[in-house]
Unconditional design. Structure first.
Length: 320
């Protein structure tokens, strides 16, 4: 079975003004990333804020062109798809459910728009009655009253707005869903409701999904496979259970050790310092300034991928 979405050695650089007199520098936000997601599978992408996750998400969604490398949707370059065609196959849910909805537009119109545009692009007529029926059915599917369609975004709570954003993303029956920190702006109790809804919808609709979060517990609940990102590069990839049982990269282990838990007596091994600036990344292994296991080799030479077990890859000179 072919992959729904594939990223092949993708790079993304930005020109950033470094000072008034010193000109610009190149910031490499994403560096040589390769990922593949098959039908019905969820890949969780985890890493600290600023590591390049959202830039990667926007390239995967076709909202940002890579500097080099390929992003393929159903085997075809994603930017070669017409926007209406792409919308019927791939949709994105953003972090902030308020800013992603037009405050001047009734939520029913926002939800119905992708369905109307994709049907029109396919040459099919959409009557008002059919559009209203689809919107009401989608509202009910995400746990909202169909009568809410005539309201505006400011009339809803954060959790309700995110349900509306989910309804909008799924009304055109896409095959691929990209979720960029979709619950990080919500209260903990609401997070659980939205995550359960997303998981149920993914399973019932056989959606492929790229789920991005800095929260390992959330990624563990939602994902089949996990990719760990640090300073623009992937450092570990494995099946979800394998990552949690046998983390092999010191960074992954540190993230797991410092994840919230009910065990208050569990020792925590803090990460050294802060993540370096992508404008001035360290040589060798990018993680070496914060790593308890770093050696001279780590400071001098960037590690290559190595497979430590079936499907478990790591980029580290000294796997745990």
């Amino acid at each position: 079975m072919s992959d729904i979405l594939a990223l092949e050695n993708v790079f993304r650089e930005f020109s950033v003004r470094h000072g008034f007199f010193s000109g610009s520098k190149m910031l490499r936000a994403v560096s040589g990333v390769s990922l593949a997601i098959g039908e019905g599978k969820t890949l969780g992408l985890v890493g600290e804020s600023g590591c390049g996750k959202s830039t990667l998400a926007r390239m995967a969604a076709g909202l940002l062109a890579p500097t080099s490398g390929d992003v393929l949707l159903e085997g075809r370059p994603i930017l070669a798809w017409k926007p209406e065609e792409r919308a019927s196959r791939l949709q994105m849910i953003f972090q902030d459910p308020f800013s992603s909805l037009d405050p001047r537009q009734k939520v029913g119109s926002s939800v119905g728009e992708p369905f109307y545009l994709t049907e029109k692009a396919a040459g099919r007529h959409v009557s008002r009655a059919l559009l209203r029926e689809k919107v009401e059915a989608m509202f009910q599917r995400v746990g909202l009253d169909a009568g809410y369609a005539v309201r505006y975004p400011h009339e809803f709570s954060g959790g309700q707005r995110q349900r509306i954003a989910i309804a909008r993303a799924l009304i055109a029956s896409p095959r691929m869903l990209i979720c960029d920190e979709p619950v990080s702006a919500l209260d903990a109790s609401v997070q659980a409701q939205v995550l359960n809804l997303l998981k149920d919808l993914q399973e019932s609709m056989r959606l492929a999904s790229l789920f991005i979060s800095h929260d390992l517990a959330v990624v563990g609940f939602m994902s089949d496979h996990v990719a760990v990102m640090y300073l623009g590069k992937m450092v570990e990839q494995a099946e979800c259970g394998e990552i949690f049982r046998h983390p092999a990269h010191p960074y992954t282990k540190a993230l797991l050790d410092n994840a919230p838990t009910r065990d208050f007596n569990r020792p925590k091994k803090l990460l050294l310092g802060e993540m370096p600036s992508p404008l001035d990344p360290p040589g060798g292994c990018a993680f070496h300034p914060r790593c308890h296991h770093a050696t001279a080799l780590c400071r001098e030479e960037a590690p290559a991928w190595q497979e430590i077990s079936s499907g478990h890859r790591i980029r580290c000179h000294h796997p745990l």
